[in-house]
Design a protein around this ligand. Structure first.
Ligand SMILES: [Zn+2]
Length: 254
């Protein structure tokens, strides 16, 4: 019997697989769902609704952006608490036994074998699909621009985060800097520059592996969760971002 049961969702969802936009949109933390065999990791339904399980609002923004831009979008169908699709498998934060102040009972004594099974069922299929999309574009000489969509909690460990949104980038700053300039030109917004965290090979996976190592222009865009918690906020942010993302393509240095 496979690790995911027949009535579990597939590991990821793709929207606009043949999208005409250069953008390849990813949403690593789109879902708070857990595979049935993990029995909610021993957490309450309330705990699973919070940011420890997923990036609140990110999927709603991503879905609307993909529609507006006609862009390829891939979203995980499972919570980062099962395995974080934006951390290298085997790293300390890949499967966490504690998130902020919440202990995760079902992750307390995860064996190497169990971690490997989660990676095979959830992590690798998601990243293999991103890799396949980027490979196909390279083969057909179609351009690719990788944008990873996330959301962040307004307060973490008691510290308030003042930004409405933030651009994250590492070694390849082409897209990050262009988007930073465009978003900072919007009135009334406080836009973070590699805040509340910067991209690194230890704390990230999608951008270093699919962006930097392949020389695909890339950035992460984080939006504060309270701004996109409902459909109105998600619609407003997607409507704001779509034209800026189009403008960014024209401004992108080679
Ligand atoms: Zn995230």
């Amino acid at each position: 019997m496979s690790w995911l049961h027949a009535n579990d969702a597939p590991p990821f969802t793709v929207e606009h697989p043949n999208g005409s936009s250069p953008y390849v949109l990813t949403c690593d933390h789109a879902s708070r769902r857990l595979p049935s065999r993990l029995d909610r990791l021993g957490l309450s339904e309330e705990a699973l609704e919070t940011h420890i399980a997923w990036d609140i609002g990110a999927a709603g923004v991503a879905h609307r952006l993909a529609d507006t831009l006609d862009a390829f979008l891939i979203m995980t169908n499972y919570s980062r608490l099962a395995i974080d699709c934006n951390r290298p498998p085997g790293s300390a934060d890949s499967i966490v036994a504690r998130s902020e102040r919440t202990g995760i009972p079902g992750n307390r004594d995860v064996s190497g074998e169990e971690a490997e099974a989660r990676a095979i069922a959830l992590f690798h299929p998601y990243h293999d699909r991103i890799r396949a999309e980027l490979d196909a574009r390279r083969e057909r000489k179609r351009s690719a621009v990788l944008l990873a969509l996330h959301s962040f909690t307004p307060v973490y460990d008691g510290v308030e985060r003042p930004w409405h949104a933030s651009l994250l980038y590492g070694g390849d700053s082409r897209l990050g800097r262009v988007l930073l300039e465009l978003l900072r030109a919007e009135p009334g917004l406080n836009i973070g520059d590699n805040e509340p965290y910067a991209v690194s090979d230890l704390t990230d996976y999608s951008i270093p592996v699919h962006g930097e190592r392949r020389c695909v222009p890339n950035a992460g865009l984080e939006i504060r969760q309270d701004l996109i918690a409902d459909a109105d906020g998600q619609g407003a942010w997607a409507a704001r971002l779509a034209p800026l993302l189009e403008q960014a393509l024209a401004k992108l240095p080679a």
